[in-house]
Design a protein around this ligand. Structure first.
Ligand SMILES: *Cc1c(COP(=O)(O)O)cnc(C)c1O
Length: 390
C-alpha cells in the first residue's frame, strides 16, 4: 500500500500514511506505529546500520512515521518533525540563510516568530523588513538584491488577515526568493500552500495537528530535495527533534484532523453569525463571513475558514475583562487549535508586548477578543457566551 498524493483522500491519508503495518518476518503487524523509545540502534555489521537507524536524534521510526504522514497531508515530498513550532522555524532560517541575507515578513506574524526574527536572528546579521502582505505589491516592492526569504502567515493572528499565496509565490519565483508559509491556523485540511506555489510550509503542530492541547511540536514540509537535505542536516546537527512519545501523541491526534476541523469550522461559523447580530458586539472578524474584506480570497485559496475568530465588545477594557472572566465553558487561556474552546484578550495577553500605538494602528483594540472555538456542543458554547455578555 502506498499512500501518495494521487491515490487516497485526506482523511484516509491522515489515518494510514506513514503507518502501514509491518509484515516482515518477526514483525507483529501493529496497526498503530509503536513508540520506539530506544535512543540507539544495534547493528550486526560495523558499516551497516539496521534499517538505516543509528541514533534517535538522526532518525527514529516513530518520528519518521509522523514525518511521512504530515508530508502526505500537505502534498509534500518531504517532512520533518521538530520539538516545537519555533524550533522548526529556527531550523529553516539557519538552513536557508546566511548572515547578510534579507527577509521580507508579514507585519502581522505570530508574536513568537517576530521575537525570533527581531531578538535572535537580527543579532546574527540577518536583515528583516515587515510589510502588510495583504497588499501583494508591497511584498514585491520590499524585495532587494539580498532578499532570500518571504515569510507569511495566512490567516494572521488575531486579525485574520489573508495573504494571496498564489500571487505572492509568482513574485517570489520571479525574483528567485524562497516563500515560506506558516500554515498553523488552517492546517493542511483547509489550506495547502505548496499546491498554491509556496516552497516551504512550517507548522506549530501544537495547535490543530496535535489538536488536544497536550503536545508541543513543529513541522516543516517541502518538495525540494536540496532544501530538505539542508534542513534535515541542521535538524540533526542542532538537535531540535520531536521525541518518540510526542511523535506518537501527534500521530494519534492528527488522525482525526478532518473530522475535528469540520466541527471547529461549523461551530465557529455559528458563533460568528450569532455575534454579528448581538447588540453588545461592534465587530466580528471571521474569513467565513461575507463581511470579511477578503472573504472571496478565502473562498478561492482555502477549502474552509478554520476555527479561530475575533470580535470586539462594545465598552471598555474592563467590560471585556468581565466578560472573559464570566465564561464557564470557554477556558481563559492562550493558544488555539485544541478540542476545547479557548478565549483570550490579545491586548493584555498574547499581544501585550506590542506597543499600544502599534496595536491601535493595526486594529488590536483593547476590547478585541480572540476565540479558538472547540468541538463541544454548539448550544453550550452559545449559552455560555450569552450569559457572559449579559
Ligand atoms: C503557536 C504558533 C507558533 C509557535 O509554535 P510553538 O509550537 O508554540 O513553538 C508559530 N506560528 C503560529 C501561527 C502559532 O500559532
Amino acid at each position: 500500500m502506498s499512500l501518495n498524493k494521487e491515490t487516497f483522500g485526506f482523511a484516509t491519508k491522515a489515518i494510514h500514511a506513514g503507518e502501514e503495518p509491518d509484515f516482515r518476518d518477526g514483525a507483529t503487524g501493529d496497526v498503530v506505529v509503536p513508540i520506539h523509545l530506544s535512543t540507539t540502534f544495534a547493528r550486526k555489521k560495523v558499516t551497516e546500520p539496521t534499517g538505516g537507524y543509528e541514533y534517535t536524534r538522526s532518525l527514529n521510526p516513530t518520528r519518521k512515521a509522523l514525518e511521512e504522514k504530515l508530508a502526505a497531508l500537505e502534498n509534500a515530498n518531504y517532512g520533518l518533525a521538530f520539538s516545537s513550532g519555533l524550533a522548526a522555524e529556527s531550523t529553516v532560517l539557519l538552513s536557508l540563510l546566511n548572515p547578510g541575507d534579507h527577509i521580507v515578513a508579514f507585519d502581522d506574524l505570530y508574536g513568537g516568530t517576530k521575537r525570533l526574527f527581531n531578538q535572535v536572528f537580527s543579532n546574527f546579521g540577518f536583515e528583516i523588513s515587515y510589510v502588510d502582505a495583504t497588499d501583494t505589491s508591497l511584498v514585491e516592492n520590499a524585495i532587494k538584491p539580498n532578499t532570500k526569504l518571504v515569510w507569511i502567515e495566512s490567516p494572521s493572528n488575531p486579525l485574520l488577515k489573508l495573504s494571496d499565496i498564489k500571487a505572492i509565490s509568482k513574485i517570489t519565483h520571479k525574483h528567485g526568493v524562497v516563500l515560506v508559509v506558516d500554515n498553523t491556523f488552517l492546517s493542511p485540511y483547509f489550506q495547502k500552500p505548496l499546491d498554491l506555489g509556496a516552497d516551504v510550509v512550517v507548522h506549530s503542530s501544537t495547535k490543530y495537528i496535535g489538536g488536544h492541547s497536550d503536545v508541543l511540536g513543529g513541522a516543516v514540509l517541502l518538495d525540494d530535495l536540496a532544501y530538505y537535505e539542508r534542513i534535515q542536516y541542521h535538524q540533526n546537527a542542532i538537535g531540535a527533534v520531536l521525541s518518540p512519545f510526542d511523535s506518537y501523541l501527534t500521530l494519534r491526534g492528527v488522525k482525526t484532523l478532518a473530522v475535528r476541523l469540520e466541527k471547529h469550522q461549523q461551530n465557529a461559523l455559528h458563533i460568528a453569525e450569532y455575534l454579528s447580530v448581538h447588540s453588545k458586539v461592534s465587530k466580528v472578524i471571521y474569513p467565513g463571513l461575507e463581511s470579511h474584506p477578503q472573504h472571496e480570497l478565502a473562498k478561492a485559496q482555502t477549502t474552509g475558514f478554520g476555527g479561530v475568530l475575533s470580535f470586539e465588545i462594545k465598552g471598555t477594557i474592563d467590560n471585556a475583562k468581565q466578560f472573559l472572566e464570566k465564561l464557564n465553558v470557554f477556558a481563559l487561556a492562550e493558544s488555539l487549535g485544541g478540542v476545547e474552546s479557548l478565549i483570550e484578550l490579545p491586548s493584555l495577553m498574547t499581544h501585550a508586548s506590542v506597543a499600544k500605538e502599534v496595536r491601535d494602528q493595526i486594529g488590536i483594540t483593547d476590547t478585541l477578543v480572540r476565540l479558538s472555538v472547540g468541538i463541544e456542543d454548539i448550544e453550550d458554547l452559545i449559552s455560555d457566551i450569552e450569559q457572559a455578555l449579559a
